[in-house]
Design a protein around this ligand. Structure first.
Ligand code: 6R9
Length: 656
């Protein structure tokens, strides 16, 4: 294959597809959908199976606490399993799962294939114990801390079935992070596993969970899934293995799915923000499922003969929406894997594509850049011509990474988009739409807002920016899938998202619209960083550093990284009398890993004696970041101590 690299900037690519339209046609379709966006979304929602139809499409009497499809009754578990189990899809494979350990030939030792009927049976069995043995009911909350095994979606669906709100905590978070989330959600039961496999090692989830449970008082019962099989501490009367509990379940149990009100919560997912502890984003049921249904069709164009693969972890929103609820609701066959994409060999990901004949591939720019680093040969050794659609998510995609994957596995012809959305939006908002109308692609862009979604880029005063001018990304209309609130903190919900620009949802991202009207999301405008696509608050990392007894103050900023997009670096002021050392550095790194989790590894620590601050004493991270990335520092009239700028620069350059 001869590859013509480096497409010029802003190249328009017309993929092979019968859905291609020009941008003006799309703009017309889009503005028509907005003329009556409530009616538009109502027509999408009517494609779902409701137990009872809604009385009102949108209750907007108390903004920004919007309620979609009020009066309607629905159940996510019913949509994801019962419907298929009762149809011709009964014996269709829902989930193909492979574990991490491999045999001497490099093939996965464990592969589980669950049909829709298997999934239906398991969800009912688990729902039965949750309701009958543990007494869980509507209004209760449960926390889930599991690795990527089929029991994770099974528990999520079982809880949704009986109307119990759950919060999934990513298995790369620490005991402290788990405890904070359990406590905020007031979870009564914790679902975990003995461990999970990651890069040849066992992540000791039960041990971590035990530490978390020392700090919280709400959890009365713990259910442990046996995965890795090592001995773990089981607390009498509190902890039980799932297989032991399931043994008591009568054969063929059926748990009637609860009739959930559309505006009732489905789950809480914690995410990082500018300041303070992580926020519990609460998603509703009817609106959320409507957006997922639309995006599965428009963005992924799923069909019954597809093998769909979203490489995210279910611990993040991408996994909730596009591994669990979206694909299963649509009845697709999907891949789920444990471990890493490049372990034990750099080509694990392409070997999965080849082994199962993946047709739709949804991944992240960080993953693509890490594959690139290993070289093309690993990819070329595998058959990937089943691929027909690619999308990426989590961070801006650089044109080089786009082009590399598009040419190597997309044969330079398949639709390939970068879907913009966030935990708060519930599902995809800005994207190319291979299943609906496809505008020409451009490497690096996000494309256009979906029909029914009024997104825009505005300046500091909330006015639309001119083409190519940087501004803030906002959403101007309510949309199905929007948050209900921040759990136990509605004031914060208003303040963070709805106060910067009255009447508009502020996403916290910088973006531009180009002269064709395409959206390009550039990155966060706040103190959030995306490390390998994972969302972290610099504030959380700083709070962890400050817990170290030798540290007086700390500022964390994200700096560009060729693979991970961004990595966190810390500038630390030590307490009087403490001198910097390599040991101290390692010790601070360990503190952060213990407090937040292995995903929060600082890439470097620089010791300084002062940090740029405002006269009121606030650390100016913006200035720190500008200095070390060689950008103009901008307005520093509020800076209290100019010498600090030089010091940060010096510390960074000396140790770089
Ligand atoms: C789904 C998810 C949200 C933040 C968001 C933005 C960044 C996500 C992107 C993207 C550019 C894309 N982001 N997708 N930036 N292009 N296609 O990632 O949710 O973890 O809440 O992060 O991720 O900065 O604000 P979440």
């Amino acid at each position: 294959m001869s590859v013509n690299w480096a497409l010029p900037f802003n190249t328009k690519i017309v993929p092979k597809s019968n859905k291609v339209v020009d941008i003006n046609t799309y703009k017309e379709i889009h503005s028509t959908s907005l003329r009556d966006y409530k009616g538009f979304w109502a027509s999408v929602a009517s494609e779902l199976d409701w137990f009872k139809p809604w009385e009102k499409v949108l209750d907007d009497s108390n903004p920004p606490f919007y309620k979609w499809f009020v009066g309607g009754e629905i159940n996510a578990s019913y949509l994801a399993v019962d419907r298929h189990a009762k149809s011709w899809r009964k014996n269709k494979v829902a989930i193909i799962w492979e574990g991490e350990p491999v045999d001497e030939n490099g093939n996965p030792k464990e592969v589980r294939k669950l049909t829709y009927y298997d999934l239906y049976t398991e969800v009912n069995r688990v729902a039965y114990i949750l309701r009958n043995k543990y007494g869980l009911k509507k209004g209760d909350a449960v926390a889930i801390y599991l690795p990527m095994i089929p029991e994770l979606p099974i528990f999520m669906l079982a809880l949704a079935r009986i109307g119990v709100v759950f919060t999934v905590v990513f298995s790369g978070f620490s005991a402290d992070a788990l405890a904070t989330r359990i406590d905020d959600a007031q979870a009564k039961v914790l679902i975990t596993a003995d461990g999970g496999w990651r890069r040849g090692k066992i992540v000791p989830l039960k041990d971590i969970a035990d530490k978390a449970l020392e700090k919280v008082s709400t959890v009365k019962d713990v259910i442990v899934v046996r995965r890795t099989g090592q001995k773990v501490n089981m607390v009498e009367g509190r902890d039980k293995y799932l297989d032991d509990v399931l043994r008591e379940v009568p054969q063929g149990v059926y748990v009637e799915p609860e009739r959930i009100k559309s505006e009732d919560p489905l789950y809480i997912l914690y995410t990082s923000g500018t300041t303070g502890k992580p926020k519990g984003i609460v998603h509703d049921t009817g609106g959320y499922l409507t957006l997922l249904h639309a995006t599965m069709k428009w963005v992924f164009d799923v069909r019954d003969d597809d093998i769909y693969w979203c490489t995210a972890d279910i611990g993040w929103v991408t996994g909730h929406s596009y591994i669990v609820f979206g694909p299963l609701m649509e009845g697709v066959t999907e891949i789920m894997y444990e471990g890493a994409l490049d372990y034990p060999k750099p080509d694990r990901w392409v070997s999965i594509i080849e082994r199962y004949g993946v047709t739709i591939f949804y991944t992240s720019p960080t993953a693509i850049r890490s594959f690139m680093k290993y070289g093309d040969e690993w990819v070329k050794a595998h058959k990937t011509d089943t691929i027909r659609i690619i999308h990426s998510v989590g961070e801006p995609i650089n044109p080089e990474a786009f082009e590399w994957l598009w040419k190597l596995i997309g044969r330079g012809e398949v639709p390939f988009g970068s879907t913009w959305w966030m935990t708060e939006t519930g599902g995809i908002m800005i994207s190319h739409l291979p299943g609906l109308y496809l505008i020409p692609l451009k490497p690096g862009t996000n494309g256009m807002p979906l029909p029914g979604i009024e997104a825009d880029v505005v300046d500091d005063n909330g006015n639309p920016t001119k083409p190519e001018e940087r501004g803030y990304l906002v959403i101007k209309n309510p949309w199905p899938g929007m948050p209900l609130t921040i759990h136990r903190d509605p004031e914060r919900y208003i303040k963070i998202y709805w106060s910067k620009f009255p009447g508009m949802f502020y996403a916290g991202d910088y973006a531009v619209k180009d002269s064709d009207g395409y959206f390009w999301v550039l990155g966060r405008a706040d103190e959030v960083i995306k490390v390998a696509g994972h969302r972290l608050g610099t504030y959380e990392l700083e709070s962890a550093i400050i817990e170290h007894p030798a540290v007086a103050e700390a500022a964390v900023v994200g700096v560009p990284d060729p693979v991970k997009g961004e990595v966190p670096v810390a500038f630390v002021i030590l307490k009087q009398g403490v001198s910097p050392s390599k040991n101290l550095m390692d010790d601070i790194l360990k503190t952060v890993r213990d407090k937040v989790g292995p995903i929060a590894t600082l890439s470097s620590i620089y010791f300084v004696s002062k940090l740029p601050k405002t006269r009121s004493g606030k650390i100016m991270r913006r200035v720190v970041k500008a200095v070390i990335t060689n950008q103009p520092v901008g307005d520093i009239t509020t800076l209290e101590n100019e010498a600090s700028v030089e010091e940060v620069k010096k510390a960074y350059e000396e140790f770089k």
